[in-house]
Design a protein around this ligand. Structure first.
Ligand code: TRP
Length: 376
């Protein structure tokens, strides 16, 4: 979706730019807002609401209500999410994965996780297949480090596992016209043909559970909203193939440490990677964009603006679980009682504490990674 006149918001599976207006995305993508009523329905099964639901990081859905109704009547669902392995994982990527792990635990359900080493090779001129395959392995370590259950987690490496995917991909591809795909993804004359077929591959894990187990159950996809175009196509095809339409729950983007947009691996100074050492984290946070005033005097007199502050966003998304403490920080900032330097120092400490644990678990994951590979 491109709108150059208003606020230059661009949200496609390949690009997210500008100030993202989530209400507008709900309208234009035709998804549903996550209502209080629906959240309460989720909470019944999860002992209270996860931080990411309370704070509205997940804000929109398709068919979540249907999936929960089915669940309450005894039909389970499977979870599906994925990653385009084009580089190292940053903290923003972990946000929906952390929520997915929570769902896996509370609903005791399977997760299919797709590593799209093929997609990233096909759409990115700079990347070789060997590199995307290596990143797929490295990124899987980050996923495993978050504590997913090996017996319920099935990672699919597209290139290696294509034999498992190909028949369903063909069934999907045959039922999507070029004109639909072009309208959905904006293909150009210069687009390579690998890219044109590729969306059929991203559809496959929505249906693979039936192939592996004979159980026809819906898939629920927790993912950032930029992936929605894929699911529009998949949903159209599902009924024709005798499957449930995949349901989704959509999250926001974790903003980078700069102004606007999402955290992006292509702007390394504004992204915190999971493998960053403490001094690099410190430098990146120290240089972050905040809602502070140019001088200490002004800050004390006029207060800061947490609503535009990238540092505050990190507390909000991940690094302050206590709602009361978060509200206090916000108020103290607005009242000029706290300076940006203090927030930056506290955030650096928390991020580095989290990463030192994560990095240990990530190294241990090398020994068990095979347990998470989809079985035939
Ligand atoms: N296309 C996604 C990306 O580039 C990767 C992906 C594949 C994915 N399947 C998914 C993401 C399902 C979310 C949910 O990052």
């Amino acid at each position: 979706m491109v709108d150059e006149d208003k606020n230059e918001m661009v949200v496609t599976p390949w690009e997210v730019k500008g100030r993202v207006d989530y209400e507008r995305l709900i309208r234009e993508f035709g998804t549903q807002p996550l209502t209080e009523e629906l959240l309460q329905k989720v909470a019944k099964h999860t002992d209270g609401l996860h931080l990411q639901l309370r704070r509205k990081l997940f804000f929109s859905h398709r068919d979540l209500d249907t999936v929960l109704d089915l669940y309450e009547k005894g039909t389970k669902f499977v979870l599906y999410t994925g990653r385009g392995p084009s580089g190292p994982v940053h903290i923003g990527h972990l946000v929906p994965w952390i929520f997915t792990r929570h769902l896996q635990e509370k609903f005791d359900t399977r997760l299919y996780f797709q590593m799209t080493d093929d997609e990233k090779f096909v759409i990115d001129d700079e990347l070789e297949l060997e590199e995307t395959r290596k990143f797929a392995y490295e990124n899987a370590l980050d996923l495993i480090a978050l504590g997913f259950k090996p017996e319920n987690t099935f990672i699919i490496y597209d290139v290696q596992d294509i034999d498992l995917l190909y028949d369903i991909a063909l069934e999907v591809a045959k039922r999507v016209t070029y004109s639909t795909a072009k309208a959905t993804f904006g293909f150009q004359e210069s687009t390579n043909i690998g890219w044109v077929f590729w969306p059929a591959i991203q559809a496959v894990p929505c249906f693979i559970h039936a192939k592996l187990t004979g159980e026809n159950v819906p898939a629920l996809i927790p993912a950032a909203i930029d992936q929605d175009p894929y699911w529009r196509i998949t949903r159209d095809v599902a009924a024709k193939l005798g499957y449930y339409k995949p349901a989704q729950i959509h999250c926001r983007f974790l903003p980078g440490l700069g102004v606007g947009g999402k955290m992006s691996a292509s702007e390394p100074e504004t992204s915190i990677f999971t493998v960053d050492p403490p001094n690099v984290v410190k430098r990146k946070i120290w240089n972050a964009f905040t809602g502070g005033r140019p001088t200490v005097e002004e800050q004390k007199k006029l207060g800061g603006d947490p609503s535009i502050c990238s540092v505050f966003q990190y507390f909000y998304f991940l690094f302050e679980e206590d709602d009361k403490k978060l509200a206090e920080r916000e108020l103290r900032c607005r009242n000029g009682e706290i300076l940006c330097g203090e927030c930056k120092i506290e955030l650096t400490e928390r991020v580095n504490k989290f990463l030192s644990e994560h990095q240990k678990k990530r190294e241990k994951a090398r020994n068990i990674i095979d347990k998470f590979h989809i079985k035939r």
